[in-house]
Design a protein around this ligand. Structure first.
Ligand SMILES: [Zn+2]
Length: 697
């Protein structure tokens, strides 16, 4: 029997057991088995459970667990089964009428992690006999901020191409070895290439494989090559070299947009991360991803591919599990995506004051720190604390202004209990502004907190509750109004306000005066307000359709430290060509010097006219929201998309306008890969529009 302190890299299911991949400080790996039996809870008659146990040959016991909504203890049967039986039993139970099924949304692996306080990259103490774990203890806390990371061999595989690797011609493949060495392969369909890949995997034994489009392309390509040329490539380990768990691609709604999720290629024994298929890696880097995995207990491969909303839901599940609550099962999973539309409607509950069009000087932008999550924490807003019986006698005192809702004062709710440590952690990380790693981790938590509020209003989220969402926005409005009142009482004007930001102004106000008013508002409201920055000047723009119409979120400004902030301009839109974005950026740097602006405009027009602009800089990128065949009206982007086979709703098409006035629709626009000229007049108009956005009245 041996006892070791190790890092837990990952856990996989292998032969009906859990297979843990562990690493010591010297980067030496071990694979150890753990015999784990997951649990499901059932509310049913004794007869039903007795028959079930006979049919599936599983054991059961009677127990009491808490019900989330009522808080009451109820009698249920706990059933324990082999891992391989879990999905069959679960599917069978979810098909039965008139019984309650609980904890079925927690996979065996997640149950194991929750039960033992484990998470990816945790430091653990393992006692084992040969290759079987006898006991495992976590020596780590997911709320620590100064955690040590395990030594990792990281391999990078990146196609060299323009645009989306799925639809582009590749000119080769770049490989970054764990020791930092780089290799370039021009040919990637030859036997030699796959032999090299096999050797790299054998020699370096990577723990993590980072790719661009590895999910739909790179990993399937390597598997294909290994099979075609009969080459030993240990994509997975320690056995089943070519085992890849693939999941099909799908599209779904998120915040009003159709989002396309690529097919998934999970490796076994190694961690595959496809940067193109990961919200968290794109926004917060690998540091942010590791933070999310530690907080949620989700394996890195899974954490890499989830939305911030799912990450916060998983943390809520963890809280519920720790409190011994029964977790109701999601029966109708696909419904989630339809209902997302409702959720977006509810989401627009924040208060705002529209800004007057024009230029203002010495305006301060002040923001509440994680306002909605802080409200949820402070008022204990949660599904099960809403209008509780135990606090009914003081309900009038507790009511959120403008609503008929109050929340329990005796027992902390699941949602506040989940986000309260996140708020603390984010504050701690923010104290170390110079650290890029901490900044990334802070950013990942920020996204989780933001969506936590959104998910409250989302009926099909497990802990969603429209009343709780309404109460949160109502409290937010109240705080913003109070802040406005305090500011105005001190001689400040509110120029613009939206959700949790205020743009305040007082003639000749110094930074000290702004600091003082921010302190006063924080003290009086009980919510932390910070100065985001003081603008040398800020210009609020009118609506594109009507020059007299004020709009939200369309402005640019320069802070006193020289930093530029832009909202709603062409340069912020994802479909705007780089050429136009660069142009607007140049204008912002010299604003409001009209003379130099005119010079820049002339330069850019000349480049266009002379055909000197690189085609790549004129690429327009647009998302396709429906299957191509269902479009009746063929817009330019649909014409372009039609030339790509297999494009899915939610994916983007990249194209160049080649001859907008052509009678032949296929001549008007060409996808990036085949475009070799551009429509001067079309881009000229776009350039003038971009100019007017910034320099116009
Ligand atoms: Zn109560």
């Amino acid at each position: 029997m041996k006892k070791n302190e190790l890092f837990l890299l990952d856990t996989f299911i292998d032969n009906n057991k859990l297979l843990l991949c562990l690493v010591n400080n010297e980067a030496s790996k071990s694979f150890l088995y753990f015999n784990y039996t997951p649990t499901l809870y059932v509310k049913s008659s004794y007869k039903f459970i007795k028959n079930l146990s006979k049919f599936f040959k599983i054991s059961f016991y009677s127990t009491e667990m808490g019900e989330i909504y009522t808080g009451k203890k109820v009698k249920v049967y706990g059933i324990k089964m082999d891992i391989k039986n879990f999905w069959n039993v679960k599917a069978y139970l979810l098909n039965q009428e008139n019984i309650g099924v609980y904890n079925s949304d927690l996979s065996p692996l997640l149950q194991f992690y929750f039960e033992h306080n484990l998470f990816p990259f945790a430091k653990v103490e393992v006692t084992h006999n040969n290759n079987h774990i006898i006991s495992i203890k976590s020596l780590d806390n997911p709320m620590d901020i100064n955690y040590k990371l395990p030594p990792l061999n990281i391999l990078g595989i990146f196609p060299v191409c323009k645009g989306n690797p799925k639809y582009s011609q590749w000119t080769g493949i770049d490989i970054t070895m764990p020791n930092g060495e780089k290799l370039f392969f021009e040919k990637f369909d030859t036997e030699e290439f796959f032999i090299s890949i096999g050797n790299i995997f054998k020699e370096y034994d990577p723990d993590m494989v980072i790719t661009l489009s590895g999910d739909p392309v790179i990993i399937p390509l390597i598997k294909f090559g290994a099979q075609k040329y009969n080459i030993d490539i240990p994509l997975s380990r320690p056995t089943d070299n070519l085992k890849i768990v693939s999941k099909k691609s799908y599209s779904f709604f998120s915040y009003g947009k159709v989002v396309f999720k690529d097919s998934i290629s999970y490796l076994k024994g190694r961690i595959h991360i496809d940067i193109n298929n990961s919200f968290f890696v794109k926004n917060s880097g690998i540091d942010g991803l590791i933070e999310v995995a530690r907080l949620t207990s989700l394996p890195l491969q899974e954490a890499a591919r989830i939305s911030p909303g799912s990450s916060i839901s998983t943390m809520e599940l963890k809280t519920a599990y720790k409190n011994n609550y029964l977790i109701p099962s999601h029966k109708a999973f696909p419904e989630r995506f339809k209902r997302a539309i409702d959720f977006i409607k509810v989401d627009k509950g924040g208060l705002f004051f529209l800004p007057p069009v024009g230029i203002f000087k010495n305006v301060a932008e002040v923001d509440f720190f994680s306002m909605y999550p802080s409200i949820i924490e402070k008022f204990n807003i949660s599904v099960e604390t809403l209008n509780c019986k135990c606090c009914q006698h003081i309900s009038e005192k507790l009511k959120i202004p403008g609503t008929n809702y109050y929340f329990c004062q005796k027992k902390q709710g699941i949602i506040p209990e989940t986000i309260s440590p996140l708020l603390k952690k984010r504050k701690l990380y923010k104290n170390f502004k110079a650290s890029e790693v901490f900044k990334n981790r802070q950013n990942a938590i920020k996204w989780m907190l933001v969506t936590c509020f959104g998910y409250l209003g989302y009926k099909n989220a497990k802990f969603g509750c429209v009343e709780a969402h309404e109460a949160t926005t109502a409290a937010g409005r109240d705080i913003l109004l109070k802040a406005k009142e305090i500011a105005e009482n001190n001689g400040f004007k509110i120029i613009y306000a939206v959700t949790d930001s205020l743009y305040i102004y007082k003639k000749n106000a110094t930074r000290e005066e702004y600091t003082n008013i921010v302190k006063e508002i924080s003290t009086k409201t009980g919510f932390i307000l910070n100065i985001e920055g003081i603008y040398q000047f800020i210009k609020f723009l009118p609506s594109a359709e009507n020059k007299n119409k004020q709009v939200m979120n369309k402005f640019f400004g320069i802070f006193d430290n020289g930093k530029i902030k832009v909202r709603g301009l062409m340069l912020r839109k994802r479909d705007t060509p780089i050429f136009i974005k660069n142009f607007q950026q140049k204008l912002l740097k010299i604003f409001p010097d009209y003379k130099r602006a005119n010079k820049i405009l002339k330069e850019y027009l000349l480049m266009l006219q002379n055909g000197e602009v690189n085609i790549d800089e004129l690429v327009i990128k647009k998302r396709v929201s429906k299957p191509i065949s269902s479009y009746k009206n063929k817009n330019l982007n649909i014409i372009a998309a039609s030339s790509l086979t297999n494009i899915q709703p939610g994916e983007s098409v990249e194209y160049v306008i080649t001859d907008n006035r052509s009678k032949v629709s296929e001549e008007r626009v060409k996808i990036r890969q085949i475009a070799d000229s551009y429509d001067i007049e079309y881009y000229r108009e776009m350039l003038i529009k971009a100019y007017n956005e910034i320099m116009g009245n």
